[in-house]
Design a protein around this ligand. Structure first.
Ligand SMILES: [Zn+2]
Length: 67
C-alpha cells in the first residue's frame, strides 16, 4: 500500500498517509481540512536511478582505473 505525502491547504502542514488508491479522499489529520494536495513523491518504492555503472565502462582506454 503506497504512502503519499500531502500538503494541507488549511493549516499548511505536511503529512503522510496510507491510501489504497490515489482517488481516496484525504483530510488533514491536524485540522481535518479536506483541502489537501497530494505531493508527487511517493515514499515506499525506492528505485535506484541507474548509477551510470561505476564510471569506467566506456572504451577501456586505461587512464587510471586498472593498474
Ligand atoms: Zn491541516
Amino acid at each position: 500500500m503506497p504512502i503519499y505525502e500531502y500538503h494541507c491547504g488549511g493549516c499548511g502542514r505536511e503529512f503522510e498517509k496510507y491510501v489504497p488508491t490515489a482517488a481516496t479522499a484525504v483530510a488533514c489529520p491536524h485540522c481535518e481540512s479536506p483541502r489537501v494536495k497530494r505531493r508527487l513523491s511517493v515514499v515506499g518504492v525506492k528505485t535506484a536511478a541507474s548509477p551510470m555503472s561505476a564510471g569506467s565502462s566506456m572504451g577501456g582506454g586505461g587512464c587510471c582505473g586498472c593498474r
